[in-house]
Design a protein around this ligand. Sequence first.
Ligand code: ARG
Length: 259
Amino acid sequence: MKKATKLMTLVLALVLALSCFAGCGKGNSIEAVQKAGVITVATSPDFPPFESLDGDQIVGIEVDVMAIIAEELGVDVEYVQMDFDSVLPGVQAGKFDVGMSGITVTAEREENADFTMPYFLASQAIIVPAGSDITCKADLTGKLIAVQTGTTAESYCMDEGYEVQAYQANNDAASALTSGKVDAWVVDNEVAVAFAAQLGDAVIVLDEKMTSEPYAFAFVKGSETLVEAFNEVIVAMIEDGTMEAIFTEYGVTYVAPEM
Ligand code: ARG
């Protein structure tokens, strides 16, 4: 190689390295998503009525909300399924454009990801087998509690000092409860109601609002324009009643988050 060519190659390599240094790890943007024409959505579809599987179709409240947002942004939606504890890490690593999984916004999560404004306010609830001696939160002490791995239910129960058995998938937590492997299952309130409806008389949802869980969509840090674009649609949907109508369709009383 000629000296000049060598130098050029070196300069080029340096420029590439530097531009990657400046660009790599940066957030996502609405421009990038619209250019791609598709938004990739990481989701754990074991969370009815927000997202669950109907055959191989992902259906639910969040699917309907996402469809409207994507339509407004002029992009297609591509779902990628995974366990809940992979959703936020995948989004944070820039593997997916958005995390959609009934994700509760917490101060800790906000340090590692960007969130839209909340669009619903949930809480943690307790499900017990019919006839259980657990009738309220205070009875959970000393019992074995099922939770889903990586959720706010898990961190809440651990903070309360409960004995916790974590399951990757909510369906496994449900079977653990009905087969008597655990004494109770702590899960988000509307999900508790949906599973109880599936499980019939075998279980009871206790009327305890243990936490306050604002749900939002998650992005890699530095995705301000994307968050803004989502927020615009979410605000409009809340204001014109579309959001509430979607929840009503699924038999859920809409609880608006604080705006
Ligand atoms: N809201 C809870 C959390 O953010 C549970 C979410 C679980 N979502 C799911 N699709 N399984 O930790």
